[in-house]
Design a protein around this ligand. Structure first.
Ligand SMILES: *Cc1c(COP(=O)(O)O)cnc(C)c1O
Length: 391
């Protein structure tokens, strides 16, 4: 099938919710994607931080294919050894005690929000159900996670939104002014991804953690984008020397299959009881087999050090480019402010030149597969440089 046919079908049959780049991708290997016309692209996007091991990693593919051929789904009314293995692996590697599996980042955050409300109301009374999130955050597209998202642009069209959220700036004066006796939790991203790749200041995060601890306010970190090695640690909170009460994970965890995870510490392990939460597909065996293959690789000695090194390499090379004003982010989650402020035009112009790259707000954004090689980084950057020069 050719691109024009795909585009026509899209325009005829899909709700027009996405502005798409003009490429229909059909296969891939490592950090290279291939389109309907056989054209190849270096991929600096990893499906928005999803394909942690790149396209069709052989071990991941084998694990998923074998599980699909063995048992593709069971209801959560039965035990699943693949799910329990993943839960143990994830808890032991992260230091958390228990996990709930859903199917997306938004669902992982929904679980965290429910857990916080249940914990707040059962420990401090019915009124203790308010959650503080940060301005410029992004927490998902469900009606509740849109409400949690601290950007007015996301609070349009779908009223009424879920109540119970208030928004603070990334400083303690603002958090203190926003918190009150009804606050049960604070939900933050440590690097605001969709908001423009903005890492929070360690001093602010540490003070926030101490503030939450003092008042028994749950500190919940949305690691949907930052988790699973993206910033050079399994979870980004490890860079900040804090211990969150709840962490959510999704994007990179399944290596390309839909999964969300909400992790909590021991003392919160029994806040959610039987019947209070659930998901038909959550913890699906095929998806869990994929996630186990991802963790196997990411937790291998040297893997995360390699992410740090390649991230520093990519960052250094970006910083050396004339067209780039500033590079922000951590590990392999990077954003570049362009001197000409033309990130959208650059990202679009890269596509016909054979490079897939993202934007976030006004930045050019880089979320390559964690397994990308330096040679592939060089190839991608050569295309980027040429594209910027030709614009
Ligand atoms: C992508 C993202 C989400 C939403 O994840 P979905 O899987 O699209 O529901 C939530 N939080 C953060 C920080 C994200 O980057």
């Amino acid at each position: 099938m050719h691109f024009d046919t795909v585009k026509q079908q899209e325009q005829a049959y899909l709700m027009p919710t996405y502005g798409r780049f003009p490429a229909a991708l059909v296969s891939g290997k490592g950090a290279t994607a291939v389109d309907t016309e056989g054209k190849t692209y270096i991929d600096f996007t990893a499906g928005i931080g999803v394909n942690a091991l790149g396209y069709c990693d052989p071990d991941w593919t084998k694990a998923v294919a074998e599980q699909a051929a063995t048992l593709q789904h069971i209801s959560n009314l039965y035990y699943s050894p693949v799910m329990t293995q993943l839960a143990e692996r994830l808890c032991k590697a992260s230091g958390f005690s228990r996990v709930f599996f859903g199917n997306s980042g938004a669902e992982a955050n929904e679980c965290a929000i429910k857990l916080a409300r249940k914990y707040g109301t059962q420990t401090r009374g019915e009124a203790c159900n308010q959650i503080i999130t940060l301005n410029n955050s992004f927490h998902g597209r469900t009606v509740t996670t849109l409400a949690a998202t601290g950007q007015d642009a996301f609070h349009q069209h779908f009223t009424p939104f879920t109540e119970g959220f208030s928004y603070a700036d990334t400083n303690m004066e603002s958090v203190r002014a926003t918190a009150n006796a009804a606050t049960c939790a604070v939900l933050i991203e440590l690097v605001q991804g969709e908001g423009g790749v903005c890492p929070l200041e360690p001093a602010f995060v540490q003070e926030l953690a101490a503030f939450c601890k003092e008042r028994d306010i749950l500190l919940m970190v949305d690691e949907v984008q930052t988790g699973i090695g993206r910033t050079g640690k399994l979870f980004c909170f490890e860079h900040y020397a804090i211990q969150p009460d709840v962490v959510t994970s999704a994007k990179g965890l399944g290596g390309g299959l839909p999964i969300g995870a909400c992790l909590c510490t021991e003392r919160l392990g029994n806040v959610m009881n039987a019947g209070m939460h659930g998901s038909t597909f959550g913890g699906n065996p095929v998806v869990c087999a994929g996630a186990l293959a991802v963790l196997d690789k990411v937790l291998r000695p040297g893997f995360l050090e390699d992410v740090v090194e390649k991230g520093a390499y990519l960052r250094g090379r970006l910083e050396a480019m004339d067209a780039i004003e500033e590079v922000r982010g951590m590990g392999m989650m990077l954003g570049a402010v362009l001197k000409k402020d033309n990130a959208k035009a650059v990202a679009a112009a890269c596509v016909p030149n054979g490079l897939l790259v993202l934007t976030a707000k006004t930045l050019l954004r880089f979320l390559p597969p964690l397994t990308i090689t330096k040679e592939e980084i060089d190839q991608g950057l050569a295309i980027l440089q040429r594209t910027i020069s030709d614009l």
